[in-house]
Structures are given as structure tokens and as C-alpha cells.
Design a protein around this ligand. Structure first.
Ligand SMILES: [Zn+2]
Length: 485
């Protein structure tokens, strides 16, 4: 048998190991690993001096999403092109159920947005906004269609927020259908009161976005979410965890043996509250929820990533331009009222670059880098071992780094359809040279070389208890039956 492509002389990093190997690819799959693999009839890519990791999996993106009186700047075409250039080969985006709508209708809307418009593989989580008892079984149908995770909100009253009964109903159902609930954990009721109070006092600048969303509002909701999941006897995944205090809740739950998981995002590791105080309304660029936290908080999150109190780094990519452009109002909308600034920031392209920098600076091991950006996301969301590792039989989703060529992040060179970059000027000691998605080179010599029709829909299986067990290897976890008695 001859291979289609052989990557020679690579240093390969997985979540478990670092080793020297050639990687042979046949069709869309990795066919073999080993030294001196036969190259007759195959293309050869010499990776001497380069380093190879599994393609990034970003399980939290918002593309082509209407929100806050506008629509995100990136759709699937620009968003997934940027993802590919940043070494992310699979994303899981959020399909939204409108209130009163069947879950499947919302899902179909998102299939239309993504189909034949994606450079990388994509799956969906289903956002639930409305779930009376008679609709609960609709969740099972969505799981059957390969969308085995649901997002609920404890924030944004009147828009996305669910009450505890709705959340509990959804959690209970995941016990039947094998889905997993992803939670936006902030106390929306309290935050709303604080926002109204601030505005009534004439406090309108961007920094008040953060000052009306205290850490305690996140820690309280995180605690409540974990308690609801414990009572339902199911795993739970906390999205975009920002506050050290909220992380403590996750740590305590895991130490008690509960299947509790959480992601954080680069913005909470690399930016801070101080960015809101930039002059000329620049602080609006960082308005996202939860907000950036004061300097020092990020040290707690780094510690959490290294101790497995946090398991994943995703982006929560939700881009809005600073300036209003065409029919999409930008951050400027909120010049006179911080509560009207569209919530969200771009990051789909910069996640791996920033974390690679952290590896070079000694804040993470390269194997932990692979685990939090690819392997664990794949395990938690039903994609492993097809994705998330470098092994025979896995999809040939690979990122090849050039450790000698620096990369400086800038709005001038990024591929996201947004007029600023929150990490402008940050220099990464290394750059992404090649990216493969299912065997196809989508980045060649640092340049996008893919097509926006290559990405396919990832039908994900229900969560596997086994996978969750291995993902929670460090947690002392009793059987669920013991937990719910
Ligand atoms: Zn989000």
C-alpha cells in the first residue's frame, strides 16, 4: 500500500507523549506512525526542525449569530478560515432555539448557516431557551442527530436566561439521552439589578460592564449549576469560566468526585479588567460576559489549568467590529450606555498561538497544551479518538509549528472579519506553518490554502461515561448512583 502523504522527521506531541516519528496519511486518515515509513508514490513533507500537534478543537464559537441588536462580524466563511489559519481544525458552534420554537428548527437554521461554508469540520451544541415539560423529549431527537450537548444560561434575563426548574429538567433528561449540559454560570437577576442601578447613577462607561458583573455572581451561579447537576446525577460542563472564585467551586466538586468540568478562555488568561479603563471608549473592545477580571486572577486560572481544576481552553469567539460597518452595528452602539455594547470578542484564530507562547514561557507543558486544546475537548464532546490525538485510524487533523519563526498577532494580518485584535502586537515565539484537516492541507507555508467547502458536519455521539472517566482521571469519582442515592 502506498500512502498519499508522509510527514518525515517530525517531533510529535500528544497529550501523553513527545516522540520522534514520521506520520503517514492515506486519504483522510492517519495510516501509520513510525520511523523510516515508505514514501514511494507519496508526497513528502519534510518536518525536520518542526513540531506536530493534533489539530485544535474549539468547542465554543459563535458564528453568524444575531445578538444584542446586531449580528456577529464573522460568519462561517470568515470564522472557519481564521480558525484554520490559527490551527483549529474542528469547532463546535452554538445553534439557538428561539423561544417557542422546536429545538430542531433552531438546529436546521444553523445547518443552513454552516453547510458548504466551512473550512474546518464543525459540530453544534443546542442552546435551549424554552423547555416546558412537554418539550423535554425534543432533546432526545437532537442527540440522535449528532448534537449531544445543550447550552443553558443563568444570565441574560428575558433573552436566554432559564430558571432553575428548566435547567434541572434539562439536566435530568441528559441522564436518559446521554447529552451534556454546558452552562453559562452568572447570576443574571443580580447583574440586571446592578446594571439598572449603575445606569440610574449615570455610570455609562465600558468599565461598568465589569463592575456590574461581580466574581461572586459567577461563583454563586457556578455553585448552583454544580448542585443542580449533582441532584440530577449527571455530568456538567461550565463554559467560559473567568473567576478564580468560580473555579474553586469546580475544584471542590471534583475533589468530592463529581463529574464536573470547566473551560476557560485565552482572554481570561492574557487580558484583565484594566483593559476596560483604556481611553477613547477602547474598553468596549473587551466587553464580554463574564467580564475580564482584575490582574492576579489569571494566576489562579493558570494554576487551575495545571492542576486539572480546569480541563479545556476554548475561545467563546463572538466578534463584533468596533466601528459600525454596513448593516452590522459595532461596539460603538454603546458609547452612551455600556449595556448596549454588543457582548463578545474575537479569538478563534489566536487561541493556539497564545497558548503556544505560554508553553514556550514555561507556564504549561506542551503535552498539557495538547490535552486542553484538543484531546479533552474531543473526549468530552464525543469526538475521540476520531479527533483529538495523533494515532493510526484518527482523522489526519494536524498542526505543524515552526519554532524558529516568530508570529506577531495583528489586525493587519489576521483573517477574522473584525477591525481590531484584542492581542494586537503580542509576539509568539513560533508560528503555524502547515495545517491539515482530514488529510487536506488547508494552510501551506503559513498561508491559507484550503477551501470554505471542505469542512463537514461532525455528528457527535452521546457522551461516553468511559471517556468522561478518563477525562476525569484525576477526580476521585464514585458511581453516579452513590451520588444521587
Ligand atoms: Zn459563548
Amino acid at each position: 500500500m502506498s500512502y498519499d502523504l508522509v510527514i518525515k522527521n517530525a517531533v510529535v506531541h500528544t497529550a501523553a507523549d513527545t516522540f520522534a516519528s514520521d506520520i503517514a496519511i492515506k486519504g483522510e486518515k492517519i495510516a501509520a506512525l513510525g520511523t523510516d515509513l515508505k514514501t514511494e508514490g507519496a508526497k513528502v513533507l519534510d518536518a525536520k526542525g518542526l513540531e506536530v500537534v493534533p489539530g485544535g478543537i474549539d468547542v465554543h464559537t459563535h458564528l453568524d449569530m444575531p445578538f444584542g441588536g446586531t449580528t456577529t462580524a464573522d460568519d462561517f466563511v470568515s470564522g472557519t478560515t481564521a480558525a484554520a489559519c490559527g490551527g483549529t481544525t474542528s469547532i463546535i458552534d452554538f445553534a439557538i432555539q428561539k423561544k417557542g420554537e422546536e429545538l430542531r428548527t433552531g438546529l436546521e437554521t444553523w445547518h443552513k448557516k454552516a453547510q458548504s461554508k466551512s473550512a474546518v469540520d464543525y459540530g453544534f451544541h443546542m442552546i435551549i431557551t424554552d423547555l416546558p415539560e412537554n418539550k423535554v423529549k425534543e432533546m432526545d431527537k437532537v442527540v440522535d442527530e449528532g448534537v449531544a450537548s445543550f447550552k443553558l444560561f443563568m444570565a441574560y434575563p428575558g433573552v436566554f436566561m432559564s430558571d432553575d426548574a428548566t435547567i434541572f429538567r434539562a439536566l435530568l433528561r441528559t441522564k436518559e439521552n446521554g447529552g451534556m449540559v454546558c452552562m453559562h454560570a452568572e447570576n443574571g437577576g443580580v447583574i440586571d439589578v446592578l446594571i439598572q442601578k449603575a445606569l440610574a447613577e449615570g455610570k455609562t462607561e465600558p468599565k461598568y460592564h465589569a463592575l456590574t458583573r461581580p466574581m461572586t455572581a459567577e461563583a454563586e451561579a457556578t455553585h448552583r449549576a454544580l448542585a443542580l447537576a449533582e441532584m440530577a446525577g449527571v455530568p456538567i460542563y461550565i463554559v467560559h469560566l473567568s473567576a478564580g472564585d468560580a473555579m474553586e467551586e469546580v475544584r471542590r466538586a471534583r475533589e468530592r468526585g463529581l463529574p464536573a468540568f470547566a473551560e476557560t478562555c485565552p482572554q481570561y488568561l492574557f487580558l484583565s479588567y484594566e483593559d476596560y479603563e483604556k481611553p477613547n471608549f477602547e474598553g468596549a473592545k473587551y466587553v464580554m460576559s463574564p467580564p475580564l477580571r482584575p490582574k492576579g486572577n489569571e494566576d489562579r486560572l493558570w494554576k487551575g489549568l495545571n492542576n486539572d481544576w480546569l480541563q479545556v481552553v476554548s475561545t467563546d469567539h463572538c466578534s463584533f467590529c468596533f466601528h459600525t460597518k454596513g448593516e452590522k452595528p459595532g461596539k460603538e452602539m454603546g458609547r452612551k450606555d455600556f449595556s448596549k455594547i454588543p457582548n463578545g470578542a474575537p479569538g478563534i484564530e489566536t487561541r493556539l498561538l497564545l497558548l503556544w507562547k505560554a508553553v514556550q514561557e514555561g507556564r504549561l507543558s506542551v503535552n498539557r497544551f495538547v490535552e486542553i486544546t484538543s484531546t479533552t475537548p474531543a473526549k468530552l464532546f464525543g469526538l475521540y479518538p476520531r479527533k483529538g490525538t495523533i494515532a493510526p485510524g484518527a482523522d489526519a487533523d494536524l498542526v505543524i509549528w515552526d519554532p524558529k519563526k516568530k508570529h506577531t498577532i495583528s489586525v493587519k494580518t489576521h483573517h477574522m472579519n473584525v477591525d481590531y485584535n484584542p492581542y494586537e502586537g503580542v509576539t509568539v515565539p513560533g508560528s503555524i506553518r502547515e495545517v491539515l484537516v482530514r488529510g487536506k492541507r488547508v494552510v501551506e507555508n503559513g498561508k491559507f490554502a484550503g477551501t470554505t467547502t471542505h469542512g463537514t458536519f461532525l455528528k457527535r455521539g452521546p457522551r461516553s461515561t468511559k471517556m468522561l472517566d478518563s477525562a476525569a482521571a484525576s477526580a476521585r469519582r464514585p458511581q453516579l448512583e452513590e451520588v444521587i442515592k
